[in-house]
Design a protein around this ligand. Sequence first.
Ligand SMILES: *Cc1c(COP(=O)(O)O)cnc(C)c1O
Length: 359
Amino acid sequence: MSRVYNFSAGPSAFPESVLLQAQQEMLDWQGSGMSVMEMSHRGKHFSLIAKELEADLRELMAVPENYKVLFLQGGASAQFSFIPQNILNGKTKACYIKTGAWSEKAIKDAKAYCDVLVSASSEDTKFTSIPDAATWALDSDAAYLHYTSNETIHGVEFQGIPDAQGLTLVSDMSSNILSRPVDVSQFGLIYAGTQKNMGPAGVTVVIVRDDLVGHATKLTPSVFNYAEQVKNESMLNTPATYNWYLVGLVLKWLKAQGGVAAIEQHNIAKAAKLYAAIDQSSLYSNPVDVAVRSRMNVPFILADEALDKPFLAAAEANGLFELKGHRSVGGMRASIYNAMTDAGVQALIDFMAEFERTH
Ligand SMILES: *Cc1c(COP(=O)(O)O)cnc(C)c1O
């Protein structure tokens, strides 16, 4: 068996120790005599897994008591529609910051439920920057302000929490959740698909302040009604049980790494050395404003597009996979989430230098 370095944007690389633990527990979870996959979600074994999952996430993110934590299905994309349905609470407007492909999708879906005010957009820079918050046009009648904390495709990341000027702040943290500490109390709602930084695809985390729960429209399906799911501890219907278990293992791994503050230091170091390698080369470049470069997704282009295919082929020959950029932006992208090792990043840097030398 040989494993490659996987730079996929999502689903993405796992910590190897988690995969091994899942393998060991596959047939018999901790003496239960069954696989987690086979357990009733209402049984005593799975109840323990579910309790620890929520407790570990609360601990890692220091989630305050007055916030609910939900583990839903449908992906982060389902929340693009279900956030307005749950929290507009009779209001007719919401503010959105447009910084890339994912915020664009959130905007598109929200338009079915309210007047979307695009308070700021970096489209004129081809989504390589974040507009200065002083220029944002916020409307105090809006139900909330939505932004995407890390644009997975464009490689643009907010480095701090924006000033919502009194509006309820909502953030799609799908691709940088748990990669750096965040003060949850600044938010009304945080959501994230798990397949970037928390585990496998199939679970969507929603962390929501309790006063925002209980205002869903009549047309909101029960399984996406936050109040219904709060009441049922995310088990209004059958949850994605095995995926919950895997997310739980990733959270325990993260705790063993020292938690979010410790992994942030690794992430800073990994990203810094990859950007440094790109910046000092004459073959590779990254188009993003240095101040808002993503620590998680590092897009780069080659000076000569004709080298793209040879680059990808040679990378794979060297055990470096999934480096092709998103089809909408082209070029390359290295996703270096929490689970990407320093050795993986170093192998990529070494390969890039060698490819530049020989081309
Ligand atoms: C991947 C991603 C999504 C979409 O997640 P799904 O679970 O596929 O719906 C949404 N937002 C961001 C920032 C993402 O990276």
